[in-house]
Write a protein that binds this ligand. Structure first.
Ligand SMILES: C[S@@+](CC[C@H](N)C(=O)[O-])C[C@H]1O[C@@H](n2cnc3c(N)ncnc32)[C@H](O)[C@@H]1O
Length: 196
């Protein structure tokens, strides 16, 4: 089912509601995995809610086939295909982006989903140019929560770290799927026992 937003459901309308519409500049829609900004562009703050792959798919533009080329005739109406954009890559890209594009002393604030029993502060997304200032938990269910992470940019010497060293721990989606399967199994078992 395609979800269509109402006209008043927009960033501009939100800012109007909070009386800060005068700070609204514009909106730009693009695939985050394909950066389109100049390297020397700097932001004062980055506040974001990346996709977790539960309600919205985690996808980026790409194709699984190797050496794929598109015939020129198809180019004008071509809709690019998409491939999986795993959480480890989303957060690595986000932290690298913040390390490059924040002014020193400015902040990145983002939600990060996780399995509560597996939480270890040392396994949160990390980057040598960003210091974690706060990690505030919002419980979503018995099994999972999300944390509002606040990082401060502390260095301009951005090293080449394509993948966050903690990337292997960003496995919320797999755990969430496991939770859904477990709940469905319980419901199915309850139905069967009700029928008996
Ligand atoms: C958790 S939602 C954010 C919801 C938003 N905070 C709101 O209140 O409407 C994640 C968003 O990331 C977008 N998204 C998913 N993959 C993306 C990508 N590769 N590049 C940019 N945005 C993406 C989704 O379309 C979705 O709107």
């Amino acid at each position: 089912m395609i979800q269509v937003r109402q006209k008043e459901e927009s960033i501009k309308a939100n800012m109007k509601q909070y009386g800060i519409e005068s700070h609204y500049l514009d909106v730009l829609v693009s695939d985050f995995s394909l950066p389109l900004w100049r390297n020397d562009l700097k932001f004062d703050a980055i506040i974001t809610d990346p996709p977790y792959g539960v309600r919205e798919p985690t996808e980026k533009i790409g194709i699984e086939k190797e050496n794929y080329t598109l015939a020129e005739d198809y180019l004008p109406n071509h809709v690019p295909s998409k491939v999986e954009y795993g959480l480890s890559h989303i957060y690595s890209d986000l932290l690298n982006f913040a390390a490059t594009h924040l002014h020193i002393g400015r902040r990145l604030v983002c939600w990060y989903p996780l399995v509560r029993s597996e939480f270890e502060a040392s396994q949160l997304p990390s980057h040598p140019c960003l210091r974690l200032l706060a990690s505030s938990e919002q419980v979503l269910s018995r099994l999972v929560s999300r944390r509002l992470l606040t990082f401060e940019k502390i260095s301009d010497a951005v090293p080449d770290v394509p993948l966050d060293p903690n990337a292997a721990h960003h496995n919320f989606r797999r755990a969430k799927k496991a939770e859904e399967i477990a709940i469905n199994n319980i419901r199915r078992a309850q139905k069967v026992s009700n029928l008996k």
